[in-house]
Design a protein around this ligand. Structure first.
Ligand SMILES: [Zn+2]
Length: 1002
């Protein structure tokens, strides 16, 4: 037995223990140096390179050439397959034997035709266990394959993580050998590192830290690395320390294995499929060795990929899901952005996700899971409720740049008053390693001390995949109940939230959006992706509506359910939080553009088919019917096709969700509005446009000097100011280029000044009048009805100073709207200098307001009386080409007084009696007898309590309220009277209706 310590020197004692476990110093004689014993090279190593991501069966047929340690392979995005033929020496019988593999890139070991484990240096996985204990009769010769992807966990950025990928990067194999592994040494190292962590973490004011330090010191005294027979005494010392339990009031940490895999980011979608396989097969292997290990996995899309590409692995995943170790969470198709997707698209994330989880794993998810996205819409609590979820986990608000969010466990109340329980893991990460430092931070950092005594702790490498390691598990298991530290248990998210729910009386409530005070550039970056998203949301809306109406009216029509599911899933995929946000590499942006093109072309084909079926037998005089897919009457000037490819203009009126014939061209009278448009260019070059409703004046450079509502004479533009003013800002963030626009960019505002004489009359009036102009933004970029944009780190916006004063501006969000301040009073106000909105924003005072509408933009702000729409950015990382090139987008300005009158009918399938209620979606029900049920989704948009009537012209047999997953409400049967249904809404409430159609006429 060692002598009692003679001295009390903290630093020498601590560093002595550190050197005993150091991988750098004294490895000739310390404990770390004994982790591995004897080693030998692999018998035969061979390899081949391919630019493709081949299936295993195909890869092993290829021509493998001799290879050796030290070889280089590449370049970026290629794959190197290694064949590893090995023979374990007979002398190693009774020992644990590993294949030690170190290479750049991400490896996957295949054994007997199935993937068995990931191998990545960055993810601390450099060892594959060949046998826990080599038996005398075990086969000692074996052939493995290692598939190495030529990219790191976080892609292949040139020089920095988020720089554009280096296409020429080469990779190297630096180690491939067999070695005896000393499990007892490993366990002692884990103990000593934990004791060091406790000593450092609790510090010199705490007696427990001294106990930890002296225990570790004593272990070094008794342990001779060269004599394994001395290890049990050291182990016993550690066990005694860790077995000293804490008290009843101890905080409990719920540790859940996790592995955040961005569905595409610094690598393409296709690599994500392999990242899933590498990460999850490793997690399954850990589950086999650690039956108490629980792993939470989100994103149905990724599981669907693995199902089709790795069926063997997938069936094992299902087995472990049955055992409760592999736990699907989130309920959504992908971890989508929390701001930009439309309300309907968010519903579909859950509809596709929850149905997938139910079908594949026998139950839906009970927790919504978005640990890494860039802010959370105020409508999410209601959408979660409608999809069977009352719990939400994220941690991203810990990234707030200005204000520290005041809670880690709290109730979140959405726009309509729906409440969900939210937990942010207080360690502010989803990639913990199981260290004492992280465990202590989880307790110390918790903003709800005394209110919530449970915390989540998500451990495992993440972002690019990787996941947990055995060492992390060994650490956490050792810390299960030790005095001085919180209790640590391996739990599922369900267990954590149940514990939080059971003791939630003291929790605070946060009302409204969870705004992330960072990454506000993601509302604008990659304008073409944003445009694709908005357009495709609209196309799928229209296809579903017209297909539903055709289904109701024609016995022959087949609702294109399977095609729609495919197109929706494609749209949902691109709403992933690094795709629609524009924070991805060029390769991903290009793939996203292909996906949108697919949706556009297939969607338009389906749209034509549905329109043809709907209108069959009801042609107008010219054989033309005009269809309105919006839930209100529209009176618009339209360009109608004439024979020979020409167009003529006509003023048309079409009722809500219905159609009307084209007015006959012979009778000119109905073609003209009551008041034709006048366009006049003055001698000074300015132009006035007047249609009897609004009168607009443009100065000779195209800026808006006046916008008047003719009936009231009310001017909308602020006195002495000009609207449609383009402004350019320097846009250099601190680091996250594609993501961030910083507050200081506002200090660099430069109006883009045009030249007089560039304004000209376009269309001269009558049914339509227009003017156009050309604006040189910089020597490289110009703007007219399109923008040619060739900038670096610049931000283009357009401003409209309004003759309106209000401390709040209104922004459209999913199924509703919300207000944000127009001033910078507090830090919470000015941190929202750049915000997001959907199709409109508005600044109103009593009796009058000015709305700014857009067809594909999301970034916006209102400061004082200036409405500003964010148009284009020019970040250079991770995509150096982002937004370079030609852009086309539309915005409109709408001064307004009061809502418009109720609609008249031509043929209208549906109309709603209240202007406050929007009928957003009409689609076939996911599952319905004979496929003859529709789902209608409506929401209250003004923020008011409303009783209204929904008028139906379709032959409806039965109407039942249902949730967002289309499950009928048992008490939700509605009475159909005179072809109408009475509906009652609370502010911003979303209602879904299941309509069972009568059989169609044959
Ligand atoms: Zn992410």
């Amino acid at each position: 037995m060692a002598a009692a310590p003679a001295l009390k020197h903290w630093r020498t004692t601590l560093e002595r223990v550190e050197k005993f476990v150091s991988p750098l110093y004294f490895t000739d004689c310390n404990l770390r140096g004994r982790l591995f014993g004897a080693s030998c090279p692999v018998a035969v190593l061979s390899s081949f390179l391919t630019p493709e991501r081949l299936p295993y069966q195909e890869a092993v047929q290829r021509d493998f050439r001799p290879a050796q340690v030290g070889d280089s392979f590449g370049p970026t995005w290629w794959t190197c397959w290694f064949r590893v033929e090995l023979t374990i020496p007979e002398a190693w019988v009774g020992q644990e034997v590993h294949l030690c593999w170190e290479s750049d890139g991400e490896g996957l070991v295949w054994r007997d035709g199935e993937p068995v484990q990931g191998l990545t240096k960055e993810g601390e996985k450099t060892s594959y266990v060949l046998t826990d204990r080599l038996g005398e009769r075990d086969p000692r010769s074996l052939t493995l394959y290692v598939e190495v992807a030529c990219n790191g966990l976080l892609g292949a950025g040139k020089g920095s993580m988020i720089a554009a990928p280096d296409p020429e990067k080469m990779f190297q194999l630096s180690r491939a050998e067999l070695a005896v592994f000393h499990r007892d040494v490993h366990m002692l190292l884990v103990d000593l590192e934990l004791l060091l962590g406790i000593a450092k973490g609790l510090g010199k004011d705490n007696q427990r830290s001294f106990q930890a330090l002296y225990t570790a010191n004593q272990m070094v005294n008794v342990c001779d690395p060269a004599q394994p027979e001395t290890f049990p005494v050291a182990q016993a010392l550690a066990s005694r320390f860790f077995g000293q339990h804490g008290g009843e009031s101890q905080h409990t940490i719920h540790a859940t294995g996790h592995c955040h895999i961005d569905t595409a980011w610094l690598w393409p979608f296709k690599e994500t499929v392999r990242k899933c396989a590498r990460s999850w097969v490793t997690a399954l292997q850990l589950m086999e060795r650690n039956p108490e290990f629980i792993f939470a996995c989100s994103q149905a899309q990724q599981l669907e990929w693995v199902k089709s590409r790795y069926p063997g692995l997938y069936s094992r995943i299902q087995e472990f899901a049955c055992r409760g170790q592999f736990v699907p969470v989130g309920g959504t198709w992908v971890e989508m952005d929390g701001n930009l997707p439309s309300g309907e698209a968010m519903v579909r994330q859950f509809l596709q996700g929850q149905n997938f989880f139910l079908q594949e794993f026998g139950k839906m998810c009970s927790e919504f899971w978005l640990p890494d996205t860039f802010g959370y819409s105020a409508q999410l609590p209601q959408i979660m409720h409608g999809c069977g979820i009352r719990r939400f986990l994220t941690q991203k608000l810990s990234w707030n740049l200005v204000n520290s969010f005041p809670h880690h466990t709290f109730f979140w109340e959405g726009l309509d008053g729906s409440r969900v329980l939210v937990h942010f893991p207080p360690g502010d990460s989803y990639g913990m390693q199981g260290s004492v430092e992280e465990v202590l931070k989880t307790v110390a950092n918790n903003r709800d001390k005394g209110r919530a005594n449970h915390s989540a702790f998500l451990f495992g490498f993440g972002d690019g995949g990787g996941g947990p390691t055995q060492t992390m598990l060994d650490r956490l298991k050792r810390l299960s109940n030790t005095d001085g530290l919180p209790r640590v248990q391996l739990s599922s998210p369900r267990q954590l939230f149940s514990a939080l729910e059971s003791d939630s009386e003291q929790l605070c409530t946060w009302v409204g959006e969870l705004f992330l005070e960072l990454h506000n550039g993601t509302y604008t970056t990659h304008a073409q992706i944003k445009k694709g998203n908005r357009e495709c949301e609209r196309i799928l809306h229209d296809v579903e509506l017209l297909s539903s109406l055709a289904l109701a009216r024609s016995a022959q029509f087949l609702y294109p359910a399977a095609q729609l599911q495919h197109l929706w899933r494609l749209l949902l995929l691109n709403q992933f939080h690094d795709v629609v946000t524009g924070s991805c590499i060029q390769m991903v942006a290009e793939e996203a553009m292909c996906h949108y093109e697919d949706i556009r072309s297939h969607g338009n084909t389906l749209l034509s088919a549905a329109a043809a079926a709907l209108c069959a037998g009801e042609p107008g005089p010219e054989g033309l019917l005009i269809v309105n897919t919006l839930p209100w009457k529209r009176i618009e000037v339209m360009a109608l096709p004439k024979p020979g490819g020409a167009h003529s203009l006509a003023l048309v009126t079409v009722p809500s969700m219905g159609y009307a014939p084209v007015p006959p061209p012979t009778s000119l009278q109905p073609l003209l509005p009551q008041q034709p448009v006048f366009v006049v260019q003055e001698t000074d070059g300015s132009v006035t446009l007047d249609n009897g409703i609004i009168r607009v004046k443009l100065d000779p450079t195209g800026r808006l000097t006046s916008l008047v509502l003719v009936a009231s004479g009310r001017e909308a533009i602020a006195e002495g100011a000009v609207g449609n003013q383009f402004v350019l800002f320097d846009d250099v963030p601190l680091y996250w280029d594609a993501w961030d626009v910083m507050d200081y960019h506002l200090e660099t505002r430069k109006p883009v000044l045009g030249q007089a004489g560039t304004l000209a009359v376009g269309t001269e009036g009558g049914l339509r009048g227009s003017a156009w102009f050309l604006l040189q933004i910089s020597p490289n970029s110009r703007l007219s009805q399109e923008v040619h944009w060739h900038e670096a780190h610049k931000f283009l916006k357009v401003e409209f100073p309004a003759r309106v004063r209000s401390s709040q501006a209104t922004y459209e969000i999913q199924f509703g709207h919300l207000q944000r301040p127009t001033h910078y009073n507090t830090s919470w106000d000015w941190a929202r200098f750049e915000v997001w909105a959907h199709r409109w924003m508005d600044l109103s005072e009593h009796g009058f307001g000015l709305a700014l509408l857009n067809d594909c933009k999301y970034g916006a702000s209102v400061r004082g009386s200036i409405l500003s729409l964010s148009l284009l950015r020019a970040p250079k990382a991770p995509d150096a080409t982002a937004d370079t090139g030609r852009h086309e987008f539309t915005y409109a300005l709408m001064p307004h007084k009061a809502p418009s009158p109720a609609p008249a009918t031509s043929w209208s399938a549906f109309s709603v009696s209240s202007p406050a209620v929007v009928l957003e979606t009409v689609k076939q029900a996911e599952s319905s007898p004979q496929r003859r049920s529709l789902v209608l989704r409506l929401y209250e948009a003004h923020g008011s309590h409303v009783d209204c009537w929904l008028h139906l012209s379709l032959p409806v047999q039965e109407a039942i309220l249902c949730d967002l997953l289309e499950r009928p409400d048992p008490a939700g049967h509605l009475t159909l009277r005179d072809n109408r249904l009475k509906l009652t809404f609370s502010p911003f409430q979303v209602l879904s209706l299941l309509l069972v159609l009568q059989p169609p006429p044959h």
